[in-house]
Design a protein around this ligand. Structure first.
Ligand SMILES: Cc1cc2nc3c(=O)[nH]c(=O)nc-3n(C[C@H](O)[C@H](O)[C@H](O)COP(=O)(O)OP(=O)(O)OC[C@H]3O[C@@H](n4cnc5c(N)ncnc54)[C@H](O)[C@@H]3O)c2cc1C
Length: 378
């Protein structure tokens, strides 16, 4: 027998001898490139507010100032995740007006996806907006698929509401799978690790900010859309933490993804007009008779929706490290890391985020989070 095939043959024999009774068992890779967590590698800190409504997103039509207004706002911490499904829910309300030329106010996650869905339905769409990406609040988001995040309060999660939410989440998820594998990775899946000092069935102090309401536990309704997380043995990961689970997460690289949405919208004949509306009466002057309101938190002032609450959030980015393409969640340590292509995103929650409109960056909050991250690689 040839020497190389002999070696291959004996190696194969060893592997076969160590096989478990039913099927192959592959060792999990343990070599992960360390994240270079240093305060001097922070390249940006972004702060924005989530447009939270206790009763959940508002998707309904009304007549105002001689126009048909279709509202689509108030998605809390799940706007990117629900956007396509939310646009799909708004579509019949727009089509019912029988107008072929439609205005969308807002160029964030909701405005852009609604505009695309209306275009695909054959309508001519113009976006009016004060800001566009990367200046919109949507651009400061974490960029992970979290359709249940700060969606509504527990008392508003009625069976009817949840049915609608589930349909939106599933519709969005399906669209996102069609955006995988594109240049620039606008949408992708990555592996991440949840680290814990105590067993996973033991509670840890939760970094909820003051005044935060009780949110419904609804993640299980769409759990089938996510791969199950798996517990890792110490030999299967490099972290000096006693309890580790690996999860797999759908994520959005927001700069590439927003650009894709805008380019698709413009290429298919849409146009974007920079304009700020001080009062809803000004909508009467628009040439379009059907208007989608996708102004997010802006609807509080523009449409006098006092139920909207600002929930502040701060994200920071470290210099991109393509070789460190994994996420981290450190339970009880107020630390979330997302391996975005435009930088390693580090997120920590402040103590006074709920009801807080202040978008001044808190450098100390980020520095502390980066130090906690660095300690994991010390
Ligand atoms: C820190 C943070 C992290 C988040 N992470 C995630 C996440 O990982 N996954 C997820 O799904 N969601 C996440 N979210 C939530 C998500 O970002 C929001 O739900 C979403 O951005 C809301 O989008 P929007 O288009 O409604 O609002 P915006 O992005 O605020 O867009 C509103 C648009 O309306 C325009 N506008 C407003 N008022 C006026 C006016 N008077 N005249 C003219 N134009 C106006 C604005 O200029 C803008 O173009 C996060 C949010 C934050 C703050």
């Amino acid at each position: 027998m040839h020497r190389r095939s002999l070696l291959r043959g004996s190696a194969a024999l060893c592997v076969t001898a160590s096989l478990p009774a039913f099927g192959l068992e592959f060792a999990a890779p343990t070599a992960l490139a360390p994240i270079r967590a240093q305060p001097d590698r922070i390249i940006d800190i972004a702060v924005a507010t989530r447009p939270f409504r206790p009763q959940g997103p508002r998707i309904e039509a009304e007549r105002l100032h001689g126009k048909a207004i279709v509202h689509n706002y108030g998605h809390g911490g799940s706007g990117w995740s629900l956007s396509w499904g939310s646009a799909k829910a708004a579509l019949p309300l727009v089509l019912a007006t029988r107008e072929k030329h439609v205005a969308v106010i807002g160029c964030g996650a909701i405005g852009l996806t609604t505009a695309r869905v209306l275009q695909r339905a054959g309508l001519k769409v113009r976006i009016y907006c004060k800001d566009r990406p990367p200046e919109v609040r949507s651009s400061a988001a974490t960029g992970v698929w979290t359709p249940e995040s700060r969606l509504c309060t527990v008392e508003h999660a009625t069976p009817q509401f949840l049915q609608r939410w589930e349909a939106m989440a599933r519709a969005s998820f399906k669209v996102y799978q069609s955006l995988l594998g594109l240049p620039g990775e606008p949408v992708e899946w990555y592996d991440g690790y949840v680290l814990s000092d105590v067993p996973f069935d033991q509670p840890v102090p939760f970094a909820a900010s003051e005044g935060e309401p009780e949110y419904p536990e609804i993640e299980s309704i769409v759990r089938d859309l996510r791969p199950r997380s798996v517990t890792l043995e110490p030999s299967q990961h490099p972290f000096h933490v006693p309890h580790v689970r690996r999860f797999t997460q759908l994520a959005f690289n927001l700069p590439a993804y927003s650009r894709l949405l805008m380019e698709d919208f413009l290429r298919e004949g849409g146009d974007i007009v920079g304009r700020e509306f001080e009062h809803s009466r000004q909508l009467a002057g628009l040439r379009e008779r059907t208007i989608v309101n996708a102004t997010g938190y802006g609807a509080r002032a523009l449409f006098n929706d006092k139920s909207l609450v600002a929930v502040r959030g701060q994200t920071a980015r470290l210099i991109p490290q393509p070789e460190a393409h994994y996420g981290l969640v450190y339970r009880g340590h107020n630390l979330v890391v997302v391996p975005r292509r435009d930088g390693i995103l580090v997120q920590a929650q402040g103590e006074h985020d709920f009801g807080n409109e202040d978008v001044t960056p808190d450098r100390a909050l980020t520095d502390e989070a980066v130090k906690r991250l660095a300690a994991l690689f010390a």
